[in-house]
Design a protein around this ligand. Structure first.
Ligand code: TTP
Ligand code: MN
Ligand code: MN
Ligand code: MN
Length: 388
């Protein structure tokens, strides 16, 4: 006989890919605090520490109730001593001193501002901060050497830090669909990333493109980029060709989780969205957006008829499409946990290209995300519940 308990017990599995994590949950006041500490650890390039805080936050996102007392955390996995200390302080005092002092610190604020520039990573932001830079305009004021991506990042800083709405994402989808269908009719285009997980806003728009006829997708990206550029939709683009076949380190283990698909990191010029429907498709060469010159860079003024939007385009061969879809849907922690589950619990190696079974010494094929979860012995988690 089961003994009755006075507190309702709720079990949470320990890997994020074993549980359902909705976008909206009941513990935002705690998860935001833990994620500040995670972000700060990333700025210090302390990956282990950052992942520990992210895992703690993720467990709280999966709870069907708001945590009110430490007792509510009984039996939950992944909550390290440090995270528990932070949670306890917030529950008792309303805030955590460590979190608040991190939030207020000049270093955290500068790192946040500098890494907020497209093209500026943690390394260059840190170098900048140690040279006294505090905000994006300092990059220009002090005459820093900027690469093309960083120049675009500074130029479109305000736009790129304004959240992209679902409506804007759909408007970009229409443009991408038109472009792809003009250069390779019959292609399949999927909106991935945060929007596929049901997010209402994002920092960019992510697309995965494939074609049922394996091989015809080769060389698609340059044609696509050309078309978009000719129509005036591109403010910036950097295309990287597919390096999957040339990779020597084994297809299922690309370095630092970067995949090897043909891809394009870009900045789109999007005409103003009307309230109800799609974007007014503005072609670029007439440059009707109002611009002015600030410190030698062109900045867009508020009220302009277009805005800059970050767009990621990825092309995948059809045979890898399910893996690519899973890999590009996120969240980042969910992806990380899937790979950790595969490796530690199943002796398999998962990437955005393939799934390799070390015991059987063979690749496991899949035509859908459902099949990949099944290969991994996991219950299928739909995209909108991968918000770990
Ligand atoms: P992002 O676009 O960075 O994140 P997001 O869409 O989840 O959130 P946001 O709304 O802020 O844009 O990445 C989307 C997914 O793409 C993420 O799960 C990781 C994956 N990805 C790769 O697989 N390889 C890569 O090289 C990059 C940059 C991302
Ligand atoms: Mn709920
Ligand atoms: Mn995204
Ligand atoms: Mn992206």
């Amino acid at each position: 006989l089961k003994s009755s308990e006075d507190t309702p017990s709720f079990t949470v599995k320990s890997y994020a890919c074993q549980r359902r994590t909705p976008l909206k949950h009941h513990n935002t006041f705690l998860t935001e605090a833990l994620e500040i500490l995670a972000e700060n650890a990333e700025f210090g390039e302390n990956e282990g520490r950052s992942v520990a805080f992210r895992r703690s936050a993720s467990v709280l996102k999966a709870l069907p109730y708001a945590v009110r007392q430490m007792d509510d955390l009984k039996n939950l996995p992944c909550l390290g001593e440090h995270s528990q200390r932070v949670i306890k302080e917030i529950l008792e005092d309303g805030s955590s001193r460590e979190v608040e002092s991190t939030r207020q610190s000049a270093q955290f604020q500068a790192m946040k501002a500098l890494t907020g520039v497209f093209g500026v990573g943690v390394r260059s932001a840190d170098r900048g901060f140690r040279e006294g830079l505090l905000c994006p305009s300092d990059l220009i004021r002090t005459g820093q050497k900027l690469n093309k991506a960083q120049q675009a990042g500074v130029q479109y800083y305000d736009d790129l830090n304004r959240p992209v709405t679902k409506q804007e994402a759909l408007a970009i989808s229409q443009i991408v669909e038109r472009a792809v269908n003009s250069v390779l009719p019959g292609s399949i285009i999927t909106l991935t990333g945060g929007f596929r997980r049901g997010k209402e806003v994002g920092h960019d728009v992510d697309f995965l493109i494939t074609h049922e006829e394996e091989g015809v997708e080769e060389g698609l990206m340059p044609k696509l980029v050309n078309w978009l550029d000719e129509q005036g939709f591109l403010l910036y683009q950097k295309t990287t060709r597919n390096s999957y076949l040339e990779s020597k380190d084994g297809p299922a283990r690309p370095p630092n989780n970067m995949d090897r698909f043909e891809r394009c990191f870009s900045i789109f010029k999007l005409g103003q969205c009307s309230e109800d429907s799609s974007a007014v498709l503005e072609t670029g060469s007439d440059d009707s957006g109002t611009t002015d010159n600030v410190n030698g860079t062109t900045r867009q003024q508020p009220g302009s008829s277009w805005r800059a939007v970050r767009v990621d385009l990825v092309v995948s061969p059809f045979s890898q499409f399910a893996f690519a879809t899973l890999g590009w849907t996120g969240s980042k922690l969910f992806e990380r946990e899937l790979r950790r589950w595969a490796g530690q619990e199943k002796g398999m190696s998962l990437s955005s290209h393939a799934l390799y079974d070390s015991k059987q010494q063979r690749y496991l094929r899949a035509n859908s995300e459902e099949e990949i979860f099944a290969h991994l012995g996991l219950e299928f988690i739909p995209p909108c519940e991968r918000n770990s």
